[in-house]
Design a protein around this ligand. Sequence first.
Ligand code: SF4
Length: 300
Amino acid sequence: MAFLFESFEEWRTYCSKTNKTLDQVVVEYETEQKGRSEQEIIAGLANAWKVMREAVHSGLEEDMTSRSGMINNGAKKVFRYPTPVLSKEFQNLISRALAAKEVNSCMGRVVAAPTAGASGIMPGVLYTLQEIHHISDKRILEAMMVAAGIAIIIEQKASIAGAVGGCQAETGTAAAMGAGAIVFCLGGTIDQVFNAVAITIQCMLGLVCDPVAGLVEIPCVVRNASAAAIANSSAQIALADVSSVIPVDEVIEAMGEIGASMETRYKETALGGLAATPTAQKIAKRVLIRDIDVLPDQEN
Ligand code: SF4
């Protein structure tokens, strides 16, 4: 059934023909592709969900200073700031996405969903969704299955790697996974889930990958927060049955086309965009000098 995960349309058609839900079809696909039982797949997901929650807690409770110094406990500052811009829930969402991603930038344990660079988005989105709507862990795991299906199709039709498709492929895909998961958990239809994906990607198209000093820190960490916000805005729009107008498969094809035509300097090479600014160049030099200084010590 590998063909099912080449397009959203095929996924939808299979669901209506077999009367199965989105997550059930992904479980079926995974058991077939990986040769693992349903119980093993669910156990793996449960572990991933645990690691995601732990990353949120670590990012908010432990010291998060990266070796470069560019990441310095930003999530905690946001979490504790006394004035929420919109609501405490929104502040929590942003803090948690930052927190889990800071753990990755500080070499802690995260779940690549779909990549380590985008590892704060799903934890921030799901943690906050569960807290606000009292979603059961079982439903969260089913939503993670749906999110996995979304990522599989985007990988087939476009890319989930910054080095191939720019940051739209990494944080964009994670935001689409999050948006789809939210709509699924809140009882949305298949059309609404797919609309949430399409609307999210429409908002993320063209985003380049330009990490300062080649480190997955700046702008990656703050992009995890903004992608989590976009996931929520897209879910809100899609749940109200507002159409993406351009069908989801065509949106993903546009993403693939943009990624393919993006210049190499915007694909994780740290040669363009923010990475090419004078300040970023100075930081890159400092990080490189420090690495060279550290090398002889490591050999002794
Ligand atoms: S800027 Fe590049 S390295 Fe950073 S999150 Fe985006 S795709 Fe990943």
